[in-house]
Design a binder for this molecule. Structure first.
Ligand code: AMP
Length: 459
């Protein structure tokens, strides 16, 4: 793929979030053992309470059984750090792999043979470091004797750093177990995520490295930043979300100090509305590019004061509403480019003066969906060769319909001041894994966008 070859000449910086995804393939027997341990009656009572976070093992068991009963994928934060050992004593993890957007994107770009990939994550325990692929183009910035040096992340770990482990319980339809007298059969396959939200995990750049951010900004062509959903409203030491968002703003400005490099922010859903709003208002105006999925744009519009439009996107998933929402977002936040990915299509919205033509923007999205299709087919992309698999995946069967509805929407909405392009996704029927596909789309879209800007002398 010619465009991928161009993108591979780039150097990219990515930060902040990494974690270890520990995966358990659940069987009925394991679930039964948990229920028997705590007693069906107690589990049922807890299920009625519906704990919003996990403080005790029974909170976990109750929410897990609830998820299994409904077959709905769910994620519940684990806030009690002491439960690590409880989980580790009860479960054997079938797979451990890199999680977190910055970690997933760093490994992806390194495997694709990008010229240089710099990854920064504020906590780098040995186990976390080992999740990085052993590629010579992957570096982690370290300050030694007041000087900036780059090492492979596996050589840069720090003993004693906290580690964030997200436990992912994958379940299959048809598994059965008993809750007292009630026989439960899992109706759909899915996953239950216990996401670690500990006080010790922070999103920031350590003080000694901060002053080198302008140099890092000069070294790379673009930065992909993510993980802001991990910021908490308050911490035990008195620091709060405002403190960390101020730091985050400084980081972006420091990266851009010597050179106006392009910054992409990958947005992930933030449950708390107050925090969501803070992230949008503080950070969107400072970045050039934002990526998100359809439900996230609905959340964002709600936070910006468009509850009706947000509700419509949630309920009807109409392309027309997404285009309208995208126009509002790039205008109010003055973004250079907004990328929205959904299961059936991917879209770019820019202002009309964007240096790339609509045809070029479309090519960039094409690369994005091809990478995602390759990852969905193979579970991971280990080399540029792997991308060929994605090119063989056909567009989803709603592709033609999507294009039609899009042309209709364009006629109805005023789009002359914008460039709006859309492509149907290449959709894999039985994906090996769906983790990280959104991140893959965004990394593919942003880097190919940069490659074309660079070719035109616009970067
Ligand atoms: P996110 O919601 O951010 O995790 O992004 C998921 C995206 O991955 C979707 O919007 C799709 O574009 C893409 N995707 C999901 N499932 C598949 C699949 N089976 N094959 C290819 N792409 C997929």
């Amino acid at each position: 793929m010619e465009l991928l070859d161009k993108a591979r000449e780039l150097a990219i910086y990515t930060a902040y979030n990494t974690n270890v995804d520990a995966i358990v393939y659940l069987d009925g027997k394991t679930v039964q053992k948990l229920i028997d341990e705590f007693g069906a009656e107690a589990v049922r009572r807890k299920m009625d309470e519906y704990p919003r976070q996990i403080e005790e093992p029974i909170d976990f068991v109750a929410r897990l059984v609830h998820a299994l009963k409904t077959g709905k994928p769910m994620a519940v934060p684990l806030v009690n750090e002491e439960l690590h050992s409880w989980f580790d004593s009860r479960f054997k993890y079938d797979v451990e792999r890199m999680g977190g957007q910055a970690g997933i994107i760093a490994n992806l770009l390194a495997n694709l043979d990008f010229r240089k990939v710099l990854v920064y994550t504020p906590h780098l325990a040995k186990k976390q470091a080992e999740m990085f692929v052993p590629r010579p183009n992957l570096f982690y910035p370290v300050v030694e004797d007041g000087r900036l040096v780059f090492k492979h992340p596996r050589e840069a770990y720090r003993e004693g750093d906290p580690i964030k482990v997200n436990r992912i319980f994958e379940f299959r339809a048809g598994r059965t177990f008993k809750l007292g007298e009630e026989r439960i059969e899992v109706p759909f396959s899915g996953r239950f995520i216990v996401s670690a939200r500990f006080d010790s995990i922070r999103i920031y750049t350590e003080e000694s490295l901060k002053k080198f951010l302008p140099i890092i900004g000069e070294t790379v062509d673009g930065a992909i930043l993510s993980g802001y959903q991990g910021i908490k409203l308050r911490y035990s030491d008195g620091k709060d979300a405002n403190y960390y968002l101020k730091q985050a703003k400084e980081d972006i400005m420091l990266l851009k100090r010597h050179r106006n490099l392009k910054v992409h922010l990958e947005f992930a859903s933030i449950q708390n509305r107050e925090l969501r709003k803070k992230v949008i208002y503080n950070l969107f105006p400072l970045v050039d590019s934002v990526g998100m999925d359809e439900s996230e744009i609905a959340h964002v519009l709600n936070a910006l004061g468009y509850p009706k439009l947000s509700e419509r996107i949630f309920t009807y998933n109409r392309i027309e509403d997404t285009v309208l929402g995208g126009k509002i977002l790039i205008d109010e936040m003055n973004l250079e480019v907004l990328q929205i990915h959904t299961i059936y299509y991917i879209m770019y919205i820019t202002h009309a003066d964007n240096p790339l033509s609509e045809e070029e923007l479309r090519k960039s999205l094409e690369m994005a969906t091809t990478l995602a299709a390759a990852r969905a087919s193979l579970g991971d992309i280990r080399s540029p060769e792997d991308v060929k698999v994605g090119m063989k995946v056909s567009y989803n069967e709603r592709g033609e319909y999507v294009k039609l509805r899009f042309e209709e929407a364009k006629r109805r909405l005023r789009t002359r001041e914008y460039k709006v392009v859309i492509i149907p996704t290449r959709l894999v029927k039985n994906p090996v894994s769906t983790v990280g596909l959104g991140d893959t789309i965004s990394a593919g879209a942003f880097t190919s966008y940069l490659a074309m800007l660079k070719e035109k002398g616009e970067l």
